[in-house]
Design a protein around this ligand. Sequence first.
Ligand code: AMP
Length: 193
Amino acid sequence: MADSSPTRRPLRSVCVYCGSSESTKPEYLDLATRFGAALAQRGLRLVYGGGAIGLMGRCAKAAHAGGGDVLGVMPRFLERREIVFDAVPHRMVDTMHERKMIMFQESDAFVVLPGGIGTLEEAVETLSWARLNLHAKPVVFLSEDDFWAPFFSLIQHTMEANLTPPSFGDVLAYARSIDACFDAIQARIAAPA
Ligand code: AMP
């Protein structure tokens, strides 16, 4: 499944996990748009779930409009519900597991924007693989209004109980701005795994 050794690769592709809802706060949709544009500006490829809706659609459209490369990974059974953004290349797959695997393999770092259960599921599985030392790719939670603070409190809670090691901070980070997010990724990519 994941990398056989936890070495880090140069930063070329960033996977974004984020919500598919259209009816969330406009600030979150705007953050997704600005993050997509920021990836393109930095010459980084966006890897994402492939849809044209919600934060993921905003992020992909902005990355594409900014001249950035984008790879979508879409399960066939979700093609209608999440609406493939067909201006960019896609890998069509059969299962959610295949989607997550390809998104993982094609990416050097992960950014988690505001999202719901699906976003959490993708992020937590990627973190759980890091916990098992299957990879050392950075996972940065980005929100400008502390959306992810409760999740970080929970992780902290598990650290205080010695159920998650403090060294987990080597992959995991919390950022309150897009610039801080890229700084956190670069710091972790540059550090020895
Ligand atoms: P949500 O945060 O619930 O809006 O979901 C965000 C994205 O995660 C959507 O594109 C979902 O299709 C996707 N998603 C939900 N569960 C999974 C899963 N188990 N594996 C991969 N993607 C998922």
